[in-house]
Design a binder for this molecule. Structure first.
Ligand code: NAD
Length: 461
């Protein structure tokens, strides 16, 4: 069989790209070695973790807010096995959904692990498939950390954390990034004693510093212990528990703590094993990512790459957008991704969402900006729903009022951020958002109020 394009990997980059390419009239196949389509995101990442975050958030609501609303009765107790079955059912529905979409769009699923024999040749098992173009969308894997031996039972990555045999009594999380805090939240809500060890002097590096401070305070209030400035040196699985040794950077003192389970969440790296990139001479960046030009072309003619395997934030939606863009480029259109408006979301409670510049990046660049900030305390809906922790912060150009970035910590921040993404995509000023009518009572009024605060002032502050 000969194809116009073969995508390697069926994660959000590969499957979305394959569907778009087929919609644009190309003959497309997608190679996937897992039993199900959807990659890390659907099988062992975004989707299963969101199911567990949803279930445990409901538990938290029942434990903390039901009485106050006049909802009395026995408190629900978590049944971990049943919760995992719910999570697996959600995964199944989604992965089958992609299989259906492949059939609907006439994308062939080539089952197995691919290697690239040369431009235009993809080998899967004993068969070599011909393709005019090849797109690598092979994703990423958990980065190893020296001294930490992952066994996916006692010392786990996010993959093992989604399949634990039981709820740990004590959990140590290495790394206060997105995975560590999302999964840490899940187990803290289920009653585990959670300690997070973070190398830097702050959590969620790269995010707005003020948001990070508020977030750390709220997580602490929820019972999570966060130790910053802690360099983990060793994690060992003993017979019945695990032992973690770390050094406090402030005084070089060494400490040891025990737990039932240790979650390693110190970042991910591109997964390109077995593709034969060395042999083909595909150039990599200094950080081991596949180097591409603005059209996702690698250094080898006819081979393209997208998603976590290349530069940029390791986010499912960034990969999806690159999948669509590369499909359009291969179909002769002008595919394009605006990297300045890609949102980042942390799905804890409250959620954290951001887009564009932070105060830190604007200061570094010496740009003049103004801040419009609004607390959810002034939002009626948030008050009614026990969700008034957090704020919306909009950064706008001091002279032109053009929105440069936004940072939200609060209820459904991950949904609220998108009106600001759209505004930024259209080059809007904060005044444009401020003059747009927002329904009352909604959380989104906090976004409008923050935009008003960039000008003559918020009303409810
Ligand atoms: P991350 O880069 O978000 O965070 C890793 C954290 O580990 C950082 O705070 C870092 O300073 C810390 N760290 C590194 N070495 C350490 C050490 N030796 N001791 C203590 N702390 C150390 O990485 P992650 O949370 O593993 O996530 C991996 C990738 O997956 C990220 O790119 C993330 O954006 C993506 N992801 C996104 C979502 C989402 O969008 N909601 C969810 C999960 C994962």
């Amino acid at each position: 069989m000969s194809y116009d394009v073969i995508f390697i990997g069926s994660g959000p980059g590969g499957y979305v790209g394959a569907i778009r390419a087929a919609q644009l009239g190309l003959k497309v196949a997608c190679v996937e070695g897992r039993e199900t389509l959807g990659g890390t995101c659907l099988n062992v990442g975004c989707i299963p973790s969101k199911a567990l975050l949803h279930a445990t958030h409901q538990l938290h609501e029942a434990e903390h807010n039901f009485d106050a609303m006049g909802l009395m009765g026995a408190k629900p107790k978590p049944d971990w096995k049943k919760m995992l079955a719910y999570k697996d059912d959600v995964i199944g529905q989604n992965t089958k959904g992609i299989e259906f979409l492949f059939k609907k769009n006439k994308v062939d699923w080539i089952k197995g692990w691919a290697s690239i024999e040369g431009p235009g040749k993809v080998k899967v098992g004993d068969t070599v498939h011909a393709a005019k173009k090849i797109v690598i969308a092979s994703g990423s894997e958990s980065s190893p950390l020296q001294g930490v031996e992952v066994d996916e039972k006692t010392i786990v990555t996010s993959t093992g954390a989604l399949e634990l045999g039981k709820i740990p009594r004590k959990l140590i999380v290495i790394g206060a990034g997105v995975i560590g805090l999302e999964m840490g939240s899940v187990f803290a809500r289920l009653g585990a004693e959670v300690t997070v060890l973070e190398y830097l002097d702050r959590i969620i590096p790269g995010n707005d510093g003020e948001v990070a401070k508020t977030f750390q305070r709220l997580l602490k209030k929820q019972g999570m212990e966060i130790i910053t400035g802690a360099a983990v040196q060793k994690a060992e699985a003993l017979k019945t528990k695990a032992k973690v040794t770390y050094k406090l950077l402030k005084d070089d003192s060494e400490h040891t703590i025990d737990a039932d389970t240790v979650l390693l969440a110190t970042g991910r790296r591109p997964y390109t094993e077995g593709l034969g990139l060395d042999r083909l001479g595909v150039k990599l960046t200094d950080r081991g990512q596949i180097a591409t030009d603005r059209h996702y072309a690698t250094s080898v003619e006819g081979i393209y790459a997208i998603g976590d395997a290349i530069e940029g934030p390791m986010l499912a939606h960034k990969a999806e957008d690159e999948g669509m863009a590369v499909a359009e480029i291969l179909a002769g259109q002008a595919g394009h991704v605006n990297y300045g408006t890609i949102p980042g979301v942390i799905y804890t409670w409250p959620e954290v969402a951001s887009v564009g510049e932070t105060e830190e990046t604007l200061k570094d660049a010496g740009r003049a900006y103004k801040i419009g900030k609004f607390s959810f305390m002034g939002n009626g809906r948030a008050k009614a729903n026990f969700a008034a922790d957090g704020f919306v912060k909009i950064l706008a150009d001091k002279e032109t009022d053009r929105i440069l970035g936004a940072h939200i910590i609060g209820p459904y921040a991950g949904d609220l951020i998108h009106e600001i993404c759209v505004a930024m995509e259209f080059g809007a000023a904060a005044e444009d958002l401020a003059r747009t009518c927002h329904a009352h009572p909604t959380y989104s009024e906090a976004v409008r109020e923050a935009a008003l605060a960039c000008g003559d002032g918020a009303i409810h502050a």
